[in-house]
Design a protein around this ligand. Structure first.
Ligand code: DGI
Ligand code: FE
Ligand code: FE
Ligand code: FE
Length: 188
C-alpha cells in the first residue's frame, strides 16, 4: 500500500525500538478508528507512522528551527513534549516529503489537540493515547469511549492529561488550555 514499507523504514531509523512499537500501535489503532468513523485509512496510517518522527531530535535542532522559521518565539519556553509534533511536522514535510496538509495538521496537533480538530486530528490524538502498548489508570475507559463517541474520547483524554500535568507541576501550553476549554468545558 502506497509507500508504507518505505515510510516505516525511514521512521524506524529515527527512533528506539520501544518508540517504534508505540508508533505501530498508534497506526493499528488509527486505522481502526478511521474505518469506524469514516476517515481515510491511508491518511490515518501515514499520520500515525510519522506523528512521533521528530521525538528523538536534540533540543538544539528544534530551537534553531523555531528561531529561523517564523514560529511564535514563546515556543522556546517549552520543550520536546510540545515541539516534537508542532515543529516536528515541518521535519516530516521536508525530510519525508509528506505535503498533505491534513496529515501535517494531525501531526502538529497530536500532543495538545486544539479547539478546531478535523476527524483525522481527533483520530491521531486519541489513537496516540489508547494504542495497545499504553498502560495507565483510565486507559480502559478511554478505549471504551473511543469505540462509542470519538468526541467524548477527546474530552476524556484532554481532561486526564491536564490533570496529570498539573499534578506534576508541568508548564501548560496555551493550546492545551484551549483544547480543555472547548472539549471539556463546552463547545458553546
Ligand atoms: O509523544 P507521546 O509520548 O506518544 O505522546 P504525546 O505527544 O501525546 O505527549 C508527549 C508528552 O507531552 C506527554 O508526556 C504529555 C505532554 N504534554 C501534553 N500537553 C502538554 C504536555 N507537556 C507540557 N509541559 N505542557 C502541555 O501543555
Ligand atoms: Fe507524541
Ligand atoms: Fe497524545
Ligand atoms: Fe505518540
Amino acid at each position: 500500500t502506497f509507500k508504507r514499507e518505505e515510510l516505516m523504514q525511514k521512521v524506524q531509523m529515527h527512533m528506539s525500538e520501544r518508540r517504534f512499537k508505540h508508533v505501530l500501535g498508534v497506526e493499528e489503532t488509527a486505522i481502526a478508528l478511521a474505518a469506524k468513523y469514516g476517515a481515510s485509512e491511508e491518511k490515518a496510517s501515514i499520520a500515525a507512522l510519522t506523528h512521533d518522527y521528530a521525538k528523538e531530535r536534540p533540543n538544539e535542532e528544534f530551537e534553531m528551527i523555531i528561531l529561523r522559521d517564523g514560529y511564535d518565539q514563546d515556543l522556546l519556553n517549552y520543550g520536546n513534549a510540545i515541539w516534537h509534533g508542532l515543529v516536528g511536522a515541518s521535519m516530516v514535510q521536508r525530510e519525508l516529503g509528506i505535503n498533505d496538509e491534513e496529515i501535517l495538521e494531525a501531526i502538529r496537533l497530536h500532543t495538545t489537540g486544539g479547539a478546531k480538530m478535523s476527524l483525522l486530528d481527533k483520530i491521531i490524538y486519541v489513537a496516540d493515547y489508547i494504542e495497545p502498548g499504553r498502560d495507565f489508570p483510565g486507559v480502559k475507559e478511554a478505549r471504551e469511549l473511543a469505540l462509542v463517541d470519538l468526541d467524548e474520547a477527546v474530552a476524556y483524554e484532554t481532561k486526564h492529561t491536564l490533570q496529570h500535568l498539573i499534578e506534576k507541576e508541568q508548564k501548560i501550553y496555551p493550546k492545551t488550555i484551549e483544547t480543555y476549554n472547548y472539549w471539556v468545558v463546552g463547545k458553546a
